[in-house]
Design a binder for this molecule. Structure first.
Ligand SMILES: [Fe+2]
Ligand SMILES: [Fe+2]
Length: 222
């Protein structure tokens, strides 16, 4: 049997929207209460930019995969990086984004802390224990585990990468890696697009990358 991780890119079963993410309807409905519960966590490491944009991409990926558990994908995406607010803030950039950043202790720590945030805020909002366990299974290892366990896990991972292709993501994250926009967008093409799991994400990333490169004049400003 082929699994999620060797059948890349996974074909979409629903519509793929490759337009600019800012044009989507971002009304969050029931998730408004969850946003309100994690306001302090959105103040760390640009989460107040990263998490909302990733959530809007997650919604699009769920449209492209109507067979996925939409609530699980959206809740896991909204919460996945809240743990950055509960680690040593001085080490986020120095350890989490430089050198051997993919395997830095602080990466594992932000995943564990993110699960603690989920377990703290979700029960009062009416989510049951099994759902919360599923959210934590996705959050735990979202950066450090090589493979996605489920379709919902895969969609969260792709949403986590797609925000980088929008010009807001480039503006914020290029600085974390100490790169200019031209170097950074080159890396998005060579390193990040191959990591995407779904065809929908590949198409959204490719369209956004072309728009962002044109907007930021990366052909000349390099
Ligand atoms: Fe993360
Ligand atoms: Fe993230």
């Amino acid at each position: 049997m082929t699994t999620l991780n060797d059948a890349r890119p996974l074909p979409a079963t629903g519509p793929i929207n490759t337009g600019p993410i800012a044009l989507d309807n971002h009304a969050d409905g029931q998730l408004e209460a969850l946003w309100a519960a994690v306001v302090p966590e959105t103040r760390a490491r640009g989460n107040d930019i990263h998490l909302p944009i990733s959530l809007s991409f997650a919604r699009r990926l769920c449209d492209a995969h109507p067979e996925a558990d939409r609530t699980l994908v959206l809740v896991a995406t909204l919460l996945h990086d809240t743990g950055w607010a509960h680690v040593d803030q001085e080490k986020i950039i120095s350890d989490g984004f430089r050198g051997e950043w993919r395997t830095a202790d602080i990466r594992y720590e932000h995943e564990r802390e993110g699960c603690l945030v989920a377990r703290r805020v979700l029960p009062a909002l009416g989510y049951d224990a099994q759902f919360i366990d599923e959210v934590c299974t996705i959050i735990d290892g979202h950066d450090t585990r090589p493979n996605a366990y489920t379709l919902e896990d895969a969609l969260m991972r792709d949403a986590d990468r797609l925000w980088r292709f929008d010009h807001a993501g480039i503006a914020l994250a290029s600085g974390w890696f100490g790169q200019n926009p031209a170097m950074y967008t080159d890396r998005l093409e060579t390193e990040i697009i191959p990591e995407l799991i779904t065809q929908a994400a590949v198409e959204m990333a490719t369209a956004d990358l072309a728009r962002s490169r044109a907007l930021l004049r990366t052909a000349v400003l390099r």
